[in-house]
Write a protein that binds this ligand. Structure first.
Ligand code: ADE
Length: 233
């Protein structure tokens, strides 16, 4: 997968993509992340990327020209027949879910646009962007952190990212349920014992216990997931 990120703050991405499994995935070629500074696509003397809003009002609005030029430059570097989602991170987008992550993981190329300031010229949304994603009903100061979250959810689904792909099958949200409780050694820590069933070696009973725990957990913590009918998946 090849991911392009358009941002005014490339340095924000240095941490999350340079450690742990993500670094491994980059080194092994599972994913390539190409971070481009929107300012590099400006042509005015001061490399301006924003301006005041028409009609007045507080704050600044990101100009359309550098963003269009950046996306068009990237698209010219990609084989023309490839389908490339152009994703704007915005609190106005559809809210990220595990389904959205799975859907995006099917693409080979992806372009993310990180907005800043009060907003972005509407023509970017209307004529350039193919998808708008929010990571939740709250407002961040920019789209960068949201892009990191979306990219993390997508990339960890790629073959070769996780050491043990089987863990994808049992984790929270994959089957519409929260994951069951996990334990490891020691069997008794302070006064707290690991549920006996997990030490029994009876795989069928363990599987049943885990399924029950998942359902109980989801009902008590996230009844909305049950109401949505996700339990039936
Ligand atoms: N930019 C600002 N807030 C955001 C959010 N909640 N999701 C995605 N992008 C954002």
């Amino acid at each position: 997968m090849q991911i392009f990120i358009l941002t005014l703050f490339p340095e924000m991405f240095e941490g999350p993509f340079k450690c742990g499994l993500f670094q491994k995935a980059t080194d092994s070629g599972v994913v390539k992340v190409d971070i481009r500074n929107i300012r590099d696509y400006t042509h005015n003397k001061h490399h301006t990327t924003d301006d005041s809003p028409y009609g007045g009002g507080a704050g600044m609005v990101m100009k359309p020209e550098p963003i269009f030029e950046a996306v068009e430059t990237i698209k010219a570097e990609i084989p023309p027949k490839e389908k490339v989602p152009v994703i704007l991170l915005t609190p106005q987008g559809r809210v990220l879910s595990q389904e959205t992550a799975a859907e995006l993981s099917q693409f080979y190329y992806m372009i993310f646009i990180c907005g800043q300031y009060e907003g972005i010229d509407e023509r970017v949304r209307e004529y350039l962007v193919t998808d708008e994603i929010s990571i939740g009903d709250y407002v961040l100061s920019g789209g960068e952190l949201a892009a990191m979250v979306v990219i993390n959810t997508v990339v960890r689904l790629l073959p070769g990212f996780l050491g043990s792909p089987a863990s994808l099958l049992s984790e929270s949200h994959t089957d519409g349920l929260l994951e069951y409780p996990q334990y490891t050694r020691p069997p008794k820590f302070r006064d707290w014992e690991v549920p006996e069933i997990l030490l029994s070696g009876n795989h069928a009973q363990i599987a049943q216990w885990r399924q029950e725990q998942s359902i109980i957990r989801t009902k008590t913590r996230r009844p909305d997931m049950i109401k949505k009918g996700k339990l039936l998946h």
